[in-house]
Design a protein around this ligand. Structure first.
Ligand code: CP
Length: 316
């Protein structure tokens, strides 16, 4: 029997497979009509046990753009999880309704448990403070499209590096490319987890940990801003004290290189002043659009749909 392919971590794809995925995403951007019926008759289930705007709606938009349909829930309380159903049982049920599932869950590892009991591909759409692989695919495609490469740069990651799952996934993915230097900018309480520091030391990858964003702005090729993750804090007082620790404004942007780019997985709270939005180096809204193309490419890849193959079958 053929092995089902899921996406739990960006490392589930080799760098060669990522290259292929990004090339497909770029072709989708250029030739959307070619893909408009690629998923006719297919259904995506979005099972979101945690709030989301971008990830859920970009998955849904991706499937609709491919001619497929979407079902799902956006709140655990409107699903049978509220009655005590396990993720394992839910995915066995969803497998009867849909061809592929994107799942977000507050518990780390929950999508992995689902994948182990599923008969359809499962995509981790964010699990607790652990991983957010499709955000990483979005980030990598954005960097590749704008910078033209995924190697040889210094990237600053700023904000909540402790709980920010997008940061953890992005570092894991970037260590496979050459000559990447990391600059971690965070308050003392929100530093990058030890297991990531150990992994970087093992791989002999250059990194620095700093507190002040201004000090490192001129050295960065990419600045990845993040919000402080309110939902992962145990008390409100700590969140209030740390939430506005970094605010990227026009003044700080003046310290940056002319071709530096600012990414943010969004949602933004206060960490980027809205005045920065008009700076051509602020690419976080373009990043959202790349998220749809890369999710379209991912759906086609996991469903093993090749539009060129479909065309040949239609012609014969
Ligand atoms: N970037 C991201 O995961 O956004 P949402 O929480 O809105 O999906």
């Amino acid at each position: 029997m053929k092995q089902l392919r899921h996406l739990m971590s960006p490392l589930d794809f080799s760098t060669e497979e990522l290259d292929k995925l990004f090339t497909l995403a770029e072709d989708i951007e250029k030739n959307p009509n070619k893909y408009a019926h690629a998923c006719d008759g297919k259904k995506l289930a979005t099972c979101f046990y945690e709030p989301s705007t971008r990830t859920r709606l970009s998955f849904e938009s991706a499937m609709l753009n491919l001619g497929g349909q979407v079902i799902g829930f956006s709140d655990a309380n409107s699903s049978s999880a509220a009655k005590g159903e396990s993720v394992s049982d839910t995915i066995r049920v969803i497998s009867c309704f849909a061809d592929i599932c994107a799942m977000r869950h507050p518990k780390e590892g929950a999508p992995m448990v689902a994948a182990s009991r599923s008969s359809i591909p499962v995509i981790n759409a964010g699990d607790g403070g652990h991983q957010h692989p499709t955000q990483t695919l979005t980030d990598l495609l954005t960097i590749r499209a704008i910078k033209g490469r995924l190697d040889h740069f210094t990237i600053g990651l700023c904000g909540d590096l402790k709980f920010g799952r997008t940061v953890h996934s992005l570092i894991n993915a970037l260590v496979r490319y050459s000559d990447i230097e990391f600059v971690f900018i965070s308050p003392e309480e929100l530093t990058i987890p030890d297991y990531i520091i150990e992994m970087l030391r093992d791989k002999k990858i250059l990194f620095r940990e700093v507190r002040k964003l201004e000090d490192v702005m001129p050295t960065l090729d990419i600045l990845y801003m993040t919000r402080v993750q309110k939902e992962r804090f145990f008390n409100e007082e700590d969140y209030v004290r740390l939430k506005d620790y970094y605010i990227l404004d026009k003044e700080k942007m003046e310290l940056a290189k002319s071709d530096m780019i600012v990414l943010h997985p969004l949602p933004r709270v206060n960490e980027i002043s809205v005045e920065v939005d008009d700076d051509s180096r602020a690419v976080y809204f373009r990043q959202v659009q790349y998220g749809v193309y890369v999710r379209m490419a991912l759906l086609l890849t996991l469903l093993e749909i090749d539009v060129h193959e479909q065309d040949r079958t239609t012609c014969n």
